[in-house]
Design a protein around this ligand. Structure first.
Ligand SMILES: [Ca+2]
Ligand SMILES: [Ca+2]
Ligand SMILES: [Ca+2]
Ligand SMILES: [Ca+2]
Length: 282
């Protein structure tokens, strides 16, 4: 075979591979390999048209979700997140968290130091997964990566200052006069610009917190913006954060770094984390 013949054969082979069949109209081609033929594909060059983590083919062929809507059932959770977390992306009554808390698909990427040891300011806080007032097992790291700061309120059910703070935060009695200095923080929690997480370290009897305890707390101080989570290991975060008294407040950024740690060297309540969190709101 001479070179000219070889080149023309190669050109022919290239031509036949690249030119669409004029009779077929490309109808049996799946250019992006997502399981949907180009004719039926909302974007034949993008396997995940709406960017929700599911391919167009999965959405249309398997799940019955909308490949052009990242939240098909409008319940606030991305279709791909729902599949990952085990809820139904085509049913608005099936949600990841009944409380509406965020979900972080990249939570495992955070370098969890564990809660057995201690952490200090600027460190990443340890991961905790505990039951909330709705009975859902909530992962602290699901609040990461949302572009929002977090106030972590470490408390005990029996503790009077904890109760007073929760009453104020819910719009009730303001025993300590917090509204004057921290009203903007409360407003930011209510608008969803700051996440407030109340982590219960002990119940009314000084025992490990459980579902009944966080539900009692939620009934006493109802607040739809606050996740009340029972620490499954009694006082684990008191040791982890080296704290001496309840409540203690910490400001976290969206990377779960402790931007402000409650001052443990004072007998006074330290609310500085609230202002620090507010300063982190974008
Ligand atoms: Ca396709
Ligand atoms: Ca998709
Ligand atoms: Ca979708
Ligand atoms: Ca759903």
């Amino acid at each position: 075979m001479n070179l000219r013949l070889l080149l023309s054969l190669l050109a022919l082979a290239g031509l036949s591979a690249c030119t669409p069949n004029p009779g077929g109209g490309g109808g049996d081609t799946d250019s992006d390999g997502d399981g949907l033929l180009d004719d039926e594909d909302p974007n034949p060059d993008n396997p995940d048209t709406d960017g929700d983590g599911l391919t167009d083919g999965q959405e249309v062929n398997e799940l019955g979700t909308d490949p052009e809507n990242p939240d098909s059932d409008g319940d606030g959770y991305l279709d791909g997140s729902e599949v990952e977390a085990g809820s139904d992306p085509a049913d608005e009554d099936s949600v990841i968290y009944q409380g509406g808390w965020p979900y972080n698909p990249n939570s495992d990427d955070i370098e969890d130091p564990g809660t057995d040891g201690t952490v200090d300011q600027d460190d990443i806080i340890g991961r905790v997964i505990g039951v909330d007032q709705f009975g859902d097992e909530v992962d602290l790291y699901d609040f990461a990566g949302q572009g929002k700061p977090i106030i972590l309120d470490v408390f005990a059910e029996w503790c009077p200052p904890c109760k007073a703070t929760a009453a104020w935060l819910g719009g009730g009695q303001d025993q300590y006069g917090l509204e004057g200095e921290f009203g903007a923080v409360r407003a930011a929690v209510n608008s969803g610009d700051i996440y407030w997480i109340s982590l219960m370290e002990q119940d009314n009897f000084g025992n490990v917190a459980d579902l009944a305890a966080v539900q009692r707390w939620d009934q006493a101080y109802p607040n739809e913006h606050v996740a009340v989570i029972a620490d499954p290991v009694m006082s684990a975060f008191m040791g982890h954060l080296m704290q001496n008294g309840f409540p203690n407040f910490h400001a976290l950024n969206e990377n779960m770094e402790i931007v402000y740690m409650n001052d443990r060297n004072t007998q006074q309540l330290d609310f500085q984390a609230l202002n620090v969190a507010l300063s982190l709101v974008e």
